[in-house]
Every structure is written in C-alpha cells, then in structure tokens.
Design a binder for this molecule. Structure first.
Ligand code: NAD
Ligand code: UD1
Length: 334
C-alpha cells in the first residue's frame, strides 16, 4: 500500500514509518518539522535501506495537502501530526485546537475528495480522564483536564461522525498509553527540546548528568508505593500496532487501546532504568503535579483479539533502548 504518514518525522511517526517500510508498505511523509528534524528521515532510510518521499508542509494548509494527494494515489493515511504538550495547551489553547482539529478536518476532506478510505488516527489514553482502571474502549469518556486532551476527544467524535455518514470509510482510532524507548539501532528516538515533561526522557537526562535530580510528583497516591502508575509501552511495539491496525482495517470506525495492560509506578520505572543500564538516577519526592491521575493502564485485549497485536518488549528493553538513544543522540550533538 501507498501510505501518507503525517508527522512521520516525529517520535512515534518515525518509528511507525520504519515498521511500515519493514512490512513492505510505501511511505510518503508530510511534516512541517516544527517538532522534529529533517535528519530523522535520512535515519529512517539508513535503518530500513528503503526510500521515503518527504514533503515539508503544514497539514492544516489545504492547498499543500491537495498537491500531495494529486501527486500520489494513497491507499491510506496515518495521521500523527499535531501538538502534544499538555501544559503548553493550557497556555496556548487556540493553537492546539487549530492545529489538532483543523489538520484532521483538512486530511479527512482530502481523503473524501480523492476517495482514500483508510484512516488511522493518533489518540491518547488521556480521553478516558480519571476513569476506573483498566481503561476499556467501551467506557464512557470523561472530560480531560486540558485543551490537548479535548482536541483528541473532539477529533475522535469528528471521525466517528464521518464514518457513520460514509459507510465506505475504514477508520482506526488508536489510544496510546505511555510510549517510551527508542528503535533498537539507537538512531531514532525521543528528543524533546528544553526540559522534558515526561518521565522517561527526564530519567535519561538525569542519568546523563544534564539534569541533577528527578522530581517524583507525589508519593501519596493510592498505588503500590504511592507514586503514579502508568502503562509504559515500547515505541516499536506501538509502531507495530499501527501496521496491524492498517492491515486489519475494515469498514466503520474501530477504537483500540495500544498499551501493555500492565501498570508500573514511577519508582518501579526508576528501579528498572537503574538495573537495565547499571546507572543511578537520583530523585526526590515533591508535590503532586496538577492534573495528574493516580492510575492509568489499558485493557489491551481488544487489539489482541481483533488485530492479533500485543506488546512484546518489556520494561527493561524500554529503559535500555531509551538510554542507548540518549547516549547516541548527545554524541551526535557534540
Ligand atoms: P512529535 O511532536 O514527536 O511528532 C509530531 C510531528 O508532527 C512532529 O514531527 C511535528 O513536526 C509534526 N507537526 C506538528 N504540527 C504539524 C503540522 N501542522 N503540519 C505538519 N506537521 C506537523 O509527537 P509524537 O510523540 O510522535 O506524537 C505523535 C502523535 O501521537 C500526536 O498526535 C500526539 O498527540 C499523539 N500521542 C502522543 C503520545 C506521546 O506520549 N508521545 C501519547 C498519546 C498520543
Ligand atoms: C502525559 C500527559 C498525557 C499524555 C502523555 C504522553 C499530563 C498530565 N499528561 O501523561 O496527556 O498523553 O503524557 O506521554 O501531562 N512524573 C514524575 N516526574 C517527572 C515526570 C513525570 O514523577 O518529572 C510522573 C507523573 O506524575 C506520572 C508519571 O511520572 O505519574 C508519568 O508521567 P508522564 O511521563 O508525564 O506521562 P503522563 O502524565 O502519564
């Protein structure tokens, strides 16, 4: 299949492009490089030894998107492009609503115009809000605490309505839990700019000595050791989940959790990181972070049953691969 991957130079997109190419699909990337680098596209080609066509465009730009659809006959679209920083979305709600909602609408309209019927969308476990764990796809969604989360819930509703109105469409909405780690080559991975917000990149930078100490946000949650519990998933498992979703798409709208089904606390992750990499991660306990919930992990059985997909890589592999990329990436910058 010829697949358009928006945001394909980004963290999850780049790993998914690798997985798609390895599964024999052809890929065209559209990315405005607002949170990624052109070199990542070269690295994807180095890893896979396959060619990728790259367009530096903004996917909210109707004319630019139309040109790509005129140039290529797509069998499917995987839409990753968007803004994803929760805190920033509270500061800049308009930018988040505009980019994340308009991009989905512009792409859906292009799909309609050019009769492209397969669409895979990046959603997030954040749409479940503070629900009872494990989160199941059939649960009623609760309001999220921030505009970013609302853009995901709204995009899901838009895509669901579009699928209802056009029975020829096959739409897969993938709710990611906490993607971490990097490709085993150490060539691509997560490279946040500035001080990281998320736990794993913060750990790697503390281990590296770039940051002094990890701040553990609260140890008084009703969890195994009082720290927040999440469902960390290796980014390559997540990437392979997209290949399975595309290959098993049928008409209608289908929602899948992509997680491992296993919860890990902050302190358990720190311990696994230290063991996997034989390096210390100094930390201190500080106050809870506003907006955080105690527990978030998936019921991952639907994806297993319908897509034949399960996450294969364990926490040690996630920590080892995240650290390998951090060392490699910083070496390249020196
Ligand atoms: P990322 O920032 O690394 O990748 C997003 C890519 O989209 C970047 O390469 C960026 O340059 C590009 N982009 C942004 N706005 C664009 C625009 N208007 N036009 C064209 N390209 C644009 O983020 P990621 O972690 O790879 O996330 C990918 C998707 O998955 C996002 O939709 C995100 O909301 C969703 N998601 C991510 C996580 C996570 O933990 N990383 C969790 C749940 C859902
Ligand atoms: C965050 C987002 C979520 C998004 C996800 C993507 C918030 C409130 N939620 O999820 O919408 O889909 O990222 O990955 O931002 N922690 C620390 N110290 C740190 C960083 C994190 O203790 O420096 C803790 C958090 O309190 C949490 C866990 O580590 O318990 C994971 O945090 P993080 O990696 O930021 O992910 P989420 O908060 O689950």
């Amino acid at each position: 299949m010829n697949i358009l991957v928006t945001g394909g130079a980004g963290y999850i997109g780049s790993h998914t492009v690798v997985a798609l190419l390895e599964a024999g699909q052809s890929v065209i990337i559209a990315d405005n490089l607002s949170n990624s680098k052109r070199e990542t596209v070269e690295k994807i080609m180095d890893i896979t030894n396959k060619e990728v066509t790259f367009y530096e465009i903004d996917v909210t730009d109707v004319e630019a998107v139309d040109i790509i659809f005129r140039n290529h006959k797509f069998e499917g679209v995987v839409h990753f492009a968007g803004l994803k920083a929760v805190g920033e979305s509270v500061e800049k709600p308009l930018e988040y609503y505009y980019t994340n909602i308009v991009s989905t609408i512009v792409l859906a309209k292009a799909c309609q115009k050019y009769s492209v019927n397969r669409f895979v969308f990046s959603s997030s476990a954040t749409v479940y809000g503070d629900n009872k764990v494990p989160f199941v796809e059939t649960m009623g969604l609760l309001p999220t605490t921030n505009p970013y989360g609302e853009t995901k819930a709204m995009s899901e509703r838009i895509l669901t309505d579009i699928a209802k109105a056009n029975p020829a469409l096959s739409i897969s909405i993938l709710r990611y839990f906490n993607p971490v780690g990097a490709h085993e080559s150490g060539l691509i991975g997560e490279a946040p700019t500035g001080i990281p917000n998320n736990l794993m990149p913060y750990c790697t930078q503390v281990a590296k000595g770039k940051l002094k100490k990890l701040r553990v946000f609260g140890n008084d949650y009703p969890t195994v050791d009082g720290t927040g519990v999440r469902d960390y998933i290796h980014v390559m498992d997540l990437a392979e989940g997209h290949v399975a979703a595309l290959e098993n798409l049928t008409e209608g709208v289908h929602i899948y959790n992509l997680g491992t089904g296993k919860g890990t606390s902050v302190l358990e992750l720190v311990k696994a990181f230290e063991e996997a990499n034989d390096i210390e991660v100094p930390y201190e306990i500080v106050n809870r972070r506003p907006g955080d919930i105690a527990l978030c992990y998936a019921d991952a059985s639907k994806a297993k049953k319908e897509l034949g997909w399960t996450a294969k890589r364990d926490l040690i592999a996630m920590c080892r691969d995240a650290w390998r990329f951090e060392k490699n990436y910083n070496k390249q910058l020196v």
